[in-house]
Design a protein around this ligand. Structure first.
Ligand code: SF4
Length: 286
């Protein structure tokens, strides 16, 4: 087996930055309570590790039981959450990824310019909720088939932004559908640079290998997007969310294997997968 590693393994810069901040705070002030609204990343290993260090993951500010500090995670939050924090006099640290802040800024500007805000992204995702919460009203579109004339009744001008981890070709397909309704469209491609690099690499390289492994959680949007992109090639593709599961994958021992990961996958999980694959290879040779 010949293994090639992606140049974009493990955390993206945004997740790395937030995790560093959270870990430093937990280590420096072990007696202080830190709360995070929602999950910092969609990866249960990372979440469990932070919980074991004392981080409280909450869904609602009413879940705060003391004078602790709220850390706003990289996906960002709606404006009304910041207002509530201020009203309730709760200390907070805003660790929203700078690239998500750019999306917040752009959607507000589009609204100010008279364009009806449209977000291409996954309904219910924390980042999309945060983006929607920057403007008075918006529409969230996750798929070209969701673009229906009734939805845009009375709207002539739409200002479109995209969830940072969305697949670019799918975002463009949605924009084309919107244009076909005869709307005036102002489109801001807000897919972030780290996502672009990972997606481009996957499109360009996955087809060159017998098999591609994407390591990451099944609940992670960007991991699933990489899996979908790799699946567009004629080669075999596996999403590995639990390292030990690679032992059961039917990968022939002389295969060429490309390993990539979601932006929320810790390096130790990737190293574990590599270690299992190379160990299996040694065992097969014996
Ligand atoms: S995927 Fe992009 S926008 Fe999201 S946290 Fe990472 S760098 Fe920031």
């Amino acid at each position: 087996m010949h293994i090639t590693l992606s140049e974009n393994l493990s955390y993206c810069v945004g997740v790395k930055r937030t995790l560093k901040l959270v870990n430093e705070l937990l280590e420096k002030n072990p007696d202080h309570s830190y709360y995070m609204l929602g999950e910092i990343v969609h990866n249960e290993y990372v979440i469990n590790e932070l919980k074991s260090k004392g981080l409280h993951i909450i869904r609602n500010l009413d879940d705060i039981t003391d004078h602790g500090t709220v850390i706003i995670q990289s996906h960002g939050v709606p404006l009304k959450v910041l207002e509530e924090l201020k009203q309730k006099n709760i200390n907070y640290i805003d660790a929203t990824c700078p690239m998500v802040r750019v999306i917040h800024h752009k959607i507000k500007k589009l609204e100010d310019q008279g364009f009806f805000p449209v977000i291409i992204g996954k309904k219910g995702h924390d980042e999309v909720r945060g983006i929607a919460g920057q403007v008075k009203r918006s529409l969230i579109i996750g798929h070209p088939e969701e673009v229906k004339p009734d939805l845009f009744c009375g709207i002539q001008k739409a200002g479109v932004v995209v969830q940072s981890t969305y697949i670019r070709t799918e975002a463009h397909a949605i924009v084309d559908e919107l244009k076909s309704l005869g709307l005036e469209i102002k489109f801001k491609d807000t897919i972030c640079q780290p996502t672009t690099q990972r997606q481009d690499e996957m499109k360009n390289l996955a087809g060159n290998f017998d098999c591609t492994l994407i390591i990451g959680s099944k609940t992670s949007a960007n991991t699933n997007h990489l899996y979908r992109l790799a699946s567009q090639t004629e080669t075999c593709v596996y999403l590995v969310d639990e390292p030990e599961s690679v032992k059961d994958l039917p990968i022939p021992k002389d295969s060429t294997v490309f390993i990539s990961s979601g932006a929320s996958t810790p390096m130790y999980l990737i190293e574990r997968v590599i270690s299992i694959l190379t160990q299996e290879q040694i065992n097969n040779k014996r």
